[in-house]
Design a protein. Structure first.
Length: 247
């Protein structure tokens, strides 16, 4: 017997939190009866429906995707813009992006239909590290970069300590290339952090996520994660070691 919201999450329909919302909204039936009580346990023989659609256990899929700029990190967009799942036309499973990269940011994004895995990686307390490379206006002083390393106050609170490195600078063009490593996932976080020290981002790319990197992929391409890679990510999240730097 398993909790109903957990079964829905494992089926790839939604994250566990979203599954709980669906139950409370009366959109879930078990053996033909609407269930609104969280914690209800079900067995493999029970017939479960979500929004009148029978629940089918899909094969778990895990993809590493190199998101191009100008693509929405979603499965649909009401403005008709290109979304990440448009790049997976032959994947039959209902996959969803884990976290997001904003429209103008390129780089590494994971997609999966495993709701439990999604919840594990997306929750900020698990601390899976993310490595970004940003081209910014101006040449930041060491003191400014130190502010980011210690955490900087944004409108939604102070950021956790980051690891920051100046990779290169161009005095003639008045720009710099910065590597920044964070383990939070706030909306447009890196862009807001750089703006806070007076160096707006001109171009941004996420190059690593936990143990994963983009090597071998071009923008718009993807590959399936190996069983070993999925296990590594789970371990990083569950043990809280996702913050350690990869050489």
């Amino acid at each position: 017997m398993e909790r109903l919201q957990k079964v829905i999450a494992y089926a790839g329909v939604a994250s566990r939190r979203k599954a709980e919302e669906l139950i409370l909204q009366g959109k879930v039936k078990v053996n033909g009866q609407i269930i609104k009580e969280l914690g209800t346990k079900v067995s493999p023989s029970d017939k479960i429906e979500v929004d009148e659609v029978p629940l089918v256990q899909e094969e778990k899929k895990y993809f590493l995707f190199y998101k191009p700029r100008g693509v929405i990190s979603a499965v649909k967009d009401d403005k008709g813009r290109k979304v990440v799942t448009d790049f997976f036309p032959h994947v039959e499973e209902r996959i969803y992006p884990i976290g997001r990269l904003d429209y103008d940011t390129s780089g590494l994004l994971i997609l999966s239909n495993d709701g439990e895995f999604t919840n594990l990686l997306a929750h900020p307390r698990y601390g899976v590290k993310k490595v970004y490379v940003a081209k910014v206006k101006g040449i930041p002083l060491k003191e400014s970069l130190k502010k980011l390393e210690h955490g900087i106050q944004l409108e939604d609170g102070k950021t956790a300590p980051a690891k920051v490195r100046l990779l290169s600078l161009d005095k003639r063009k008045g720009s710099s290339i910065i590597e920044i490593i964070i383990h939070e996932g706030r909306n447009r976080q890196v862009r807001r952090m750089m703006e806070a020290i007076g160096h707006p981002v001109m171009k941004l790319k996420r190059e690593q996520y936990g143990t994963l990197h983009l090597r071998g992929l071009n923008a718009g391409e993807f590959r399936e994660l190996t069983i070993h890679e999925v296990k590594q990510l789970r371990t990083l999240a569950e043990t809280g070691k996702g913050w350690h730097r990869i050489n």
